[in-house]
Design a protein around this ligand. Structure first.
Ligand code: ADP
Length: 249
């Protein structure tokens, strides 16, 4: 039986600006289960990032409920790696632990182990400028994992990368999240990326974002993201969801 971690019920969000009120989200409902990889897709401006900001408690919801089935910690990884250029890779990875007063020998060793496991240990004393964009995203993920979050929120984590690195880092991020046994909610505008990585894809309409479809992805011979793209029924899901995306060419 799958363990439910979160239930999001009829979430609404209105942004109040000097000029007007912007209804960004309308009656958003979905469940999040342990170890699930969920993607939220939809056209630009439909409220994808707003959902993550509300879950991370960075924005207030206007209406609706979010039920936490246990005490959950949440990690948030943004598009931009947001690494401090004057800090070494190791010190960047320790920033969250430092700020939250959780830096000790044990937590530092955990970070060093993550750096070893994910091929970054030999770069630990270097500075972000000497790493590729993809490596920096891996550092950003390790910095987020350092705090041992139960749920990872990923806001377009590969969008700043070129298409080759994007595939490779998507593969890395997916493998790290699965190996560490995390639950993830990723926002992306790239449907192939969403399908190749996710157990469940949530399709939002254009603003105000409403849930148009929640689709469980059951690819034949499900494997890692790059291999999943050549799964027999990948294109079936692509066509089915593409039709629901309010994208105008
Ligand atoms: P997406 O991530 O799907 O591109 P966002 O969640 O960033 O969409 O934004 C949803 C809508 O809410 C957009 O129309 C955006 O302009 C508006 N919005 C986002 N943040 C604010 C804000 N702080 N104040 C006013 N409007 C906002």
């Amino acid at each position: 039986m799958k363990n439910k971690l979160l239930e999001i019920i009829n979430l609404n969000k209105v942004y109040h600006t000097e000029k007007n009120d912007v209804l960004a989200l309308e009656n958003i409902s979905f469940d999040v289960y342990e170890n699930e990889f969920i993607s939220i897709v939809g056209p630009s401006g439909c409220g994808k990032s707003t959902i993550l900001s509300i879950l991370a408690n960075l924005e207030d919801k206007t209406d609706g409920n979010i039920i936490f089935f246990k005490d959950l910690s949440i990690g948030y990884m943004l598009q931009d790696d947001c690494l401090f250029f004057w800090k070494s890779i190791l010190d960047n990875c320790l920033v969250g632990l430092e700020i939250t007063g959780k830096l000790n020998n044990e937590s530092k060793n955990y970070v060093l182990d993550l750096l070893k496991t994910y091929g970054l240990y030999e770069f630990k004393d270097m500075y972000p400028a000497s790493l590729s964009g993809g490596m920096r995203q891996r550092v950003a993920l390790i910095r987020t994992l350092a705090l041992k979050p139960d749920i990872l929120l990923l806001d377009e984590p590969m969008s700043a990368l070129d298409s080759q690195s994007r595939l490779a880092i998507g593969e890395d991020i997916y493998n790290i999240i699965k190996k560490e046994g995390k639950t993830a909610i990723m926002v992306t505008h790239d449907l192939s990326e969403a399908l190749s990585m996710s157990d469940k894809v949530i399709v939002l309409s254009k603003r105000p974002g409403v849930v148009k479809k929640v689709c469980d992805i059951q690819l034949d011979g499900k494997s890692t993201p790059i291999k999943n793209r050549s799964s027999k029924n990948f294109s079936k899901y692509y066509e089915m969801i593409w039709r629901d995306l309010d994208v105008h060419i």
